[in-house]
Design a protein around this ligand. Structure first.
Ligand SMILES: *Cc1c(COP(=O)(O)O)cnc(C)c1O
Length: 218
């Protein structure tokens, strides 16, 4: 059961910021996804490769986003169809994505995940590491990836000012690189998407507010 009223409210809120909305459907059944699709939601986010490929087999005419931590050996399973890989957190992973893209002659759109939280458990590049990578001639090195922007997750805290400061720092960093082709800043989920939009997010990833709480965590 999706929360349709909530979904429609969030959708118009996100639209008022000219941002886009990824409905995070992990752990949720295809019936829920189809119900949203019937309401014109076309972008869905998943964070487990196997779950994503199974859902894609059943539903191929939506935009599938991979938002989780991607292991290099699984890139090949999503390369043929993935719309955007949000969480690229190492150059080795970028290399593998390029390799799989080259095999099928498909340029794969990705975001670099930037570590902005204080927790140890979150993946991502530091600002300095990202800078170093972006200073390289990415297009020559990795012609089968297209880096379209950054993704970040704020700390899991009640402290709204801290969350705001983390998003703010990522937005400032994003502005240094922003261009016609580097134009996506993926930040904000159910608990903090309003702050993220205020701080310049162009893409929010929202699960539980739309689909209800997940029964098990992934
Ligand atoms: C699960 C997940 C979300 C959505 O989380 P909600 O709190 O349910 O909105 C967003 N981004 C990532 C990376 C996730 O893994």
């Amino acid at each position: 059961m999706i929360h349709l009223d909530k979904y429609l409210a969030i959708r118009s809120e996100v639209k008022s910021y000219n941002a886009s909305l990824i409905a995070v459907s992990k752990t949720k059944p295809l019936t829920d996804i189809l119900e949203l699709k019937a309401n014109d939601q076309l972008d869905f986010g998943e964070n487990y490769v196997q779950e994503l490929t199974e859902k894609h087999e059943q539903l191929s005419d939506v935009n599938w986003h991979f938002i989780g931590h991607l292991q290099s050996n699984k890139v090949k399973y999503i390369a043929p169809f993935i719309h955007l890989i949000h969480g690229v957190d190492s150059e080795n992973l970028l290399k593998e994505i390029n390799k799989q893209g080259e095999k099928i002659k498909r340029v794969l759109p990705v975001l670099l995940q930037i570590f902005i939280a204080t927790e140890e458990s979150k993946f991502g590049f530091s600002f300095d590491e990202a800078k170093e990578l972006l200073n390289k001639n990415i297009h020559a090195l990795y012609p089968f990836v297209k880096i379209s922007g950054f993704m970040g997750m704020a700390s899991n805290t009640e402290n709204k000012e801290q969350i705001r400061a983390e998003f703010h720092s990522l937005h400032s960093f994003f502005n240094e690189y922003k261009s016609e082709h580097f134009n996506t800043l993926s930040m904000g989920m159910t608990s903090d998407y309003k702050i993220a939009l205020d701080e310049g997010s162009t893409m929010v990833r929202i699960g539980s507010a739309i689909f209800g709480e997940r029964n098990y965590t992934k």
